[in-house]
Write a protein that binds this ligand. Structure first.
Ligand SMILES: *Cc1c(COP(=O)(O)O)cnc(C)c1O
Length: 453
């Protein structure tokens, strides 16, 4: 299987090269050249499989150049770190309502599904190519923690994560800075997330430095991340009673369009899914897009669901590609207009099987309290955005993207209970090891020079 760029000006690459490259050199995002199709017979055959085996069966259609037994072992290892034997348990709430718990990985948020696997793919690449890899990323919270836990202690790798000092939650900081691992560097920058991001872009733009240290990025557009996320939709679909499957609507709290894109790709592969709801917080670029057909940038307002506080949905270009008839020239035109003017209006926009909703900060605690009262179930502030309103004509599966224990203040204020999780409690007694650093490319590259593998 080859992977092509949405902008059509990059040579198609195999799976491992597309994973190692991240963003395509023409500025576009990688997509599978063709979507494999799963037949009813395939789906029936998948039904009895455990999570890791299902993931292997799915990924082998894409990672065709990795020997099957190697891939199977890498996938199996990636899900041994999950605390729940069901990996992604599907829990029934009331009539026609389910929640898919995606927070049983090491950092208690759904990003572990992709980043545990990505860490093992990097580790494998080091072995095969007999090279070391230095991973560099910037985070406003969950991604950095999940990326660190994907690479923790892996020989031949080091990971450097930049985050704005004092502006991530104390628990998120501890997840990054209390691992005790020699190959993990939590870099607290003196500045905002945007400052860190800007410095990072400049460092990646320096081809000589980048090549010399075999730098790799962990951003949400990596093709391995999207594909790994397709699997839990398939898993959930297979766990539903057969009579409900064709009427399912997945409700996805999202900001970057990464998570919901994965579900939609699975539908494009022939799995009968009735709909997707894009559930945003008050940073609602995607809700405005799906309700009006206009993609227009807004100013970020910090919210109680911080992992969805984004201005530009970095994965949305993959949806644009499909909506302009898979024409890379049109994608380039849309992206150029959007970059120049901050907006693009799609004429005769067809939202297809998508619907959307927006949840303000004022609504989040009320929703947490309502779901707790009605269903006896505690949701985190991101998941709460999904519960804003459910379509009564569908079977709704709401994706629970993080554990409520990661956001104790919001939960305490909403329902008067402080959720605890043993892994987070354990972190509180461990020493923090972080490096304070200026948000300049010079300071950051000097640090990497000293610590790279
Ligand atoms: C990252 C994250 C999201 C948003 O994911 P997208 O990639 O924007 O779809 C939602 N909830 C939590 C808890 C997250 O960490």
């Amino acid at each position: 299987m080859k992977f092509i760029s949405t902008r059509g000006q990059t040579e198609p690459l195999g799976f491992s090269d597309a994973v190692a490259t991240g963003l395509a050199p023409d500025g576009g995002l990688f997509l599978p050249e063709t979507m494999p199709q799963f037949s009813a017979a395939d789906l029936a055959r998948f039904e009895p499989l455990g999570y890791a085996e299902l993931c292997f069966e799915f990924l082998r259609r894409f990672a065709t150049e990795i020997p099957a037994e190697t891939l199977r072992a890498l996938v199996a290892k990636s899900y041994t770190t999950f605390a729940d034997p069901g990996i992604a348990p599907l829990k029934p709430l009331g009539k026609n309502r389910y929640v898919l718990e995606l927070f049983h990985g090491p950092t208690l948020a759904f990003k572990d599904f992709a980043l545990q696997l990505l860490g093992n793919l990097y580790g494998h690449q080091c072995e095969v190519r007999r090279e070391t890899i230095n991973v560099l990323g910037a985070t406003s919270g969950d991604t950095g923690a999940a990326a660190i836990h994907g690479l923790l202690g892996k020989p031949g790798t080091a990971i450097f994560v930049l985050y704005p000092d004092g502006r991530v939650s104390p628990l998120q900081e501890r997840q990054m800075a209390c691992t005790g691992a020699e190959n993990v560097f939590a870099l607290a920058v003196d500045g905002s997330f945007d400052d860190a991001q800007t410095a990072l872009k400049e460092i990646f733009g320096d081809q000589i430095f980048r090549k010399h240290h075999r730098l790799s990025a962990v951003n949400s557009v990596n093709i391995a991340r999207v594909l790994a996320q397709c699997v839990y939709y398939l898993w959930a679909w297979l766990r539903l009673p057969a009579g409900e499957r064709r009427n399912v609507e997945f409700v996805v709290p999202t900001g970057n369009f990464g998570n919901v894109l994965a579900g939609w790709w699975l539908q494009q592969m022939g799995v009968p899914i009735a709909g997707f709801k894009v559930a945003t917080n008050q940073n609602d670029i995607l809700h405005r897009m799906f309700s009006t057909g206009e993609y227009r940038i807004g100013a970020v307002q910090p919210s109680a669901a911080p992992s969805m506080d984004i201005q530009v949905a970095s994965n949305f270009e993959r949806f644009i590609y499909a909506s302009v008839g898979r024409d890379p020239a049109r994608v380039r035109e849309v992206m150029a207009t959007f970059k120049a003017t901050g907006a693009y209006r799609f004429e005769q926009f067809d939202r297809g099987i998508f619907s959307s909703s927006r949840c303000t900060d004022a609504e989040i605690p009320a929703i947490i309290a309502r779901v707790f009262r009605e269903d006896g179930y505690l949701v985190d502030p991101h998941t709460a955005c999904g519960f804003k309103e459910l379509n009564p004509d569908r079977v709704s599966v709401v994706l629970a993207t993080a554990s409520p224990a990661k956001f104790p203040e919001t939960i305490q204020a909403a329902v008067g209970i402080e959720p605890k999780h043993p892994s987070l409690e354990a972190l509180k007694s461990r020493p923090i090891k972080k490096h304070l650093i200026k948000a300049t490319p010079a300071a950051i590259t000097a640090f990497i020079e000293r610590h790279a593998v």
